[in-house]
Write a protein that binds this ligand. Sequence first.
Ligand code: RUQ
Ligand code: CUA
Length: 765
Amino acid sequence: MSTFVVKPTVLLVAAGIGLGAASTAWSAESLQDVLKRRGLSQQDVLAAAKTYVPTGKRDEFVVFSSGGQSGQVIVYGIPSMRILKYIGVFTPEPWQGYGFDEESKMVLRGGRIDGRDMTWGDTHHPAISETNGQYDGQFLFINDKANPRIAVLDLRDFETKQIVVNPIYKSEHGGAFVTTNTEYVFEAAQYPAPLENQKFYPLEEMNDKYRGGMTYWKFDRKEGRINVKESFSVELPPYWQDLSDAGKGPSEGWSFTNSFCSERYVGGIEKGRPPYEAGCSAKDTDYLHVINWKKAVELVAAGKAKTINNHKVLPIDVAVKEGILFLVPEPKSPHGVDVTPDGKLIIVAGKLDTHVSVFSFEKIMAAIKAGKFESKDPYGIPIIGMKDALDKQVQLGLGPLHTQYDSKPCIAYTSLYVDSQVAKWDYCQGKVLDKLSVHYNIGHLMTMEGDTVSPKGRYLVALNKLAIDRFVPVGPLHPQNHQLIDISNDKMQLLYDMPLPLGEPHYAVAIEAAKLKPAVRYKVGTDSRTGLLSPDYVRAGEEVTTKTGNKIVVKGTLIRSHFTPETIEAEVGDEITLHLTNLERAQDETHGFTVSTYNVHASLEPGKTVTVKFKADKEGVYPYYCTEFCSALHLEMMGYLLVKPKGWKPTKTAAVAQAVYTEADYKATLKKVADTQAVIDSVVGFITSVNYKDFPDVVAMVEDATDQLGKIPEAKAKAEAAAAKKDWDQANLWAEQIWQYQVKAADLGLRAKTYLEQNNAKKVQ
Ligand code: RUQ
Ligand code: CUA
């Protein structure tokens, strides 16, 4: 082979070493020029400056947004609004191999209903795990309204670990909300149905046979999973339970759940009856459900629950008799219920009322203690008089929905759906402070850690239901619009419109970025979905393929830039299982795996072991390859699955390849290796001349580069042995492999060097 390969490489490497700062002759535009050219105002520039995060810098807050009908979770940063990740939750997600490898299929299988795969979800409310009422950044929960389910995500790797199906509901909405130490995750039903779910009852029997409920899922923090056996529900009347919140501080141990359609109306517009929307908003009030969940836990432990579908359910009459369930009238068709950071007040927004109602936990408790109830509902549940529970009502505007809190005391923000506005108001004094128009028809809103005991203020995101004219049109289905608002001053300022093109993101939660401590790699051989070592992982040199009957099991590895093995031979009808381990230790060195035609895909982050399974049911030749551009030789990271007809025998043994290389080629390759080594030495010289050990990312890169260089002696021995036998083919190819290791090491070295230069590394003696 010729020497012309040498030059580009050495150039490539040299370019990285310090010939970068070429000067340009272009004249730069001034800020004034840009403002004029783009028609921007001072206000625009101020907004831009508040959201712009320069290259290499990071966001202050991380948002977990529901992905709506996509069944996923969307992660983005504040203030930049840059999207960081979509996490597959209830829906297969190809990039992450979610639903395409066996480990993640197990998670999705947990969400099967009556044996049926549910491959979508209507996600509404994400919740971050809390310790003492503060976000701890460890776990995320999210609900599926359509097929009543809750998912658990681990924030160490941002992956979905568990999906649990609610055994007694057919739909739910008031979840996921957590208690102040994440002992329980709440999930309130939405549309009433018979709890057993096994038998048909006519709608006329709504009052007797249909029920709502509130489920308390027990969370085992150590396991990082919901403990289904220790979870339970409180049976509730067939009022349509809605959003919920957990008490905190003085109200710790209680939960609050709104309801609507306490009329228990049954529609039927096709039969000439007024529709649900009319019948479900006829009365002036609905009910806030007030439940002592701590006491409910004790009652269930004492055996007072009945069992429905293997799930403990505390019946209404027991809950009433034991004094743990109360109702408070609230203005009709309410939506959000949000406990204040100090846990003293409960703010309810009524969709059809211009007021928000501020209830006092102290007053509610006083009424309960005094046994002062205005009446009972048809199920015998005591009703506390609205006046006896109210602290105040404040007129905010049309269609109040949800409330979030500021770091400043007494300050709340409430979304006004009909007015398309955010109202900033003081819930201690009961007065409106500011209003800002948003675009359009805001649903939820979210402040930074705004539903915890210590909200962080600063920013607010309006999660708007309609975008209408805000973006370049992309057809009748519009993107969703998240609007970032600066709330650090008296007047709110609208900063940024972010289109979200994945589903209706009902709610979102934001946490200080510094609280998240995600890993950059797994312990080698980790099955990320269980968190345990995979029984099927292998290290370098232990790769093995076995065949028993028609079952082929491959235990293989991946590292830049090859699979081991590179050929898999099968016969038609063989069942193939591949357990693949990514041996990389370097940050961001993810490999992917797919094989043509068989609809499998895996994402292998450093250290991960993943299993893919399929039946090789068609004769042919199927390339498999790495799907992440992982190195300069990424395209070469491939292999062949050969599916032969049954009983196939080779007719002649053809040599795989004929001799093509000469001694001169081998020498040229050795020269290239020597030149590259000189480059590596100079990079190493630079790195070791500065305080690189103070930079953990660089230390990891250096370790990885050393690892690559460490493989050279073996290849070198093979090259030299072949050369001794004058087998120039083998000698040259092994010399080329040495060069491959060098290139990978140089690549890392250059990355480390750039990093050190950009982060002001200091010279050491
Ligand atoms: S919802 S717009 Cu939370 Cu599902 Cu209120
Ligand atoms: Cu590994 Cu591309």
